[in-house]
Design a binder for this molecule. Sequence first.
Ligand code: HEM
Ligand code: CU
Length: 557
Amino acid sequence: MAYVDDFPTDARIVRWNLLVAFTALGIGGLFGMIQALHRTDVFRGFVSSADYYSVLTGHGVLLALFFTIFALCGLFTWGVTKSLDRPLPSARFTMAWFGFMFVGALTATVTILGGLVPSMPFNADVLYTFYAPMQAHPAFYTGLVLFIVGTWMAGFDWFRTYWRWRGDNPGERIPLQTFMVLVTMLMWYISSAGVAVEVLFFLLPWSLGIIESVDPLLTRTLFWYFGHPVVYFWLMPAYFIWYTVLPKLAGGRLFSDPLARVVFVLFLLLSTPVGFHHQYTDPGIPEGFKFIAMTNTMFLLLPSFLTAFTVVASIEHGARQRGGSGRLSWLRKLPWDEPAFAGCALAGLMFAAGGFSGIINAGMNINYLVHNTLWVPGHFHLTVGTASALTFMAIGYWLFPQITGKRLRLRSVATVQPYIWFVGMTLMSNAMHRAGLAGIPRRTAEPQYDAVTFQGVVGGVSEMRLQIAIGGVFLFLGLMLFLLVIFATWLGGSRTAPLRVNGTLPTPLSGPEHSPKILDNLKLWTAIAIVLIVLAYGLPLSAMLADGLFAPGSPPI
Ligand code: HEM
Ligand code: CU
């Protein structure tokens, strides 16, 4: 039986979430290609340089916020219902959170697109970080608030499904997929509170004219309090897939369930008290606290290394089950022609590279070299732009048949698609990293670096530009092929053909019984997470509050 037969109502909500996510991906990806061509001078016919910032805001918001989080909601709804083997309790409530998120996302998107139409009285050219003193139309902030409230309700929906399951199964270990969802959502509640305060108490009243000014340092700090954990909100659903589905796709089983739990707990503890690593160049934050943030960030590498170890061990187990042998030649036995596997594996590989450039970003002193250069988008197109995005696309090939009851169509297109993305991203991201080292800034329509300063066909700025442009076109092509396969499957397939997908997930080699029960004590981990946040943020934040709430640095009266 496919998932859609067991859980028809939940399958519908999973489909809707993924539909919105992938539509956002399509539009955002088009914007990405326009940016790559525009700023590299290859083709500037799409938008004017003034409109570039509306496009860039659309790209950031649609991809980093809406695509990722709608995809997360689809995947988590699937994971909770499947691993607890029960549907979400109330279809009406589920529709309500989806409705909040959808209306919020639509409102914010329309406001952003207003910036491209001169006659429209609204715009939101504030980029996806919406730092003051840049100001958007109130509709943009209102949309964001609705969207975030929707995600909180979604989390509640998953929690209460779990609580009901707990009522029927006292004393049992939380199934791994549900454990991952709950821990991720705890992190989200703690961290998104920061951006909610920023938007509700400062930016929205300010854009409505209720308050006259805001303190840019305070609002930036509230943003980055949320801004680092949000990157884990993008990544943890990818980890969720790599831990629980990828081993099966490789033909094996998860190496260790307890290690997976430890990793998620570490993310809950460490992903919030690091936000200052995005503010190394901000004045007004004591160096010592920046240093604490750097130290925590380096500790945060631990769960990523543990993941690399566990996931590779599980894949190797799969390859050996398929007859692989030798130190590395087992790699050849992996199903590289299976699009879901290939996409997830390539995403993981690129994530490793992104992790290394992330270590550079995190170093307080070396960060000054790359800060606000094109290096930074080079980095995060490997992480969110590939580790998350390619994993979500790839798992779509496996999940769509199960949530629609239709067999995957255009399989051969699906088979090449992850490789096209991989090639495109290798070109674009590598050239972006190099361009950043050469000092080329990010977030500008007119990076004025020409062949006079950096000469040479190879190794010069013109070569990097060309690579970014070609990479961007490849990526957009990969995206269109993906959407073609998914929509052809959804709209064109028939429900009678056998699915050829088996949705059952094998048990791990080492199960939860090999770990202490304290790992499942969510209250304890949440409490420790909050203590760490107070230590990291308490003093600097109270200094920012004490010097006046609504203006930069004004002393208290
Ligand atoms: C920024 C291209 C996919 C997230 C950029 C920039 C380019 C670009 C050239 C730099 C613009 C600038 O700083 O002036 C592309 C292309 C893509 C793609 C060609 C594929 C078709 C993605 C994906 C994500 C993503 C899948 C995330 C899921 C971002 C973010 C920014 C960005 C967050 C920063 C926006 C800002 O500075 O406000 N992209 N991108 N991109 N991209 Fe992409
Ligand atoms: Cu960060």
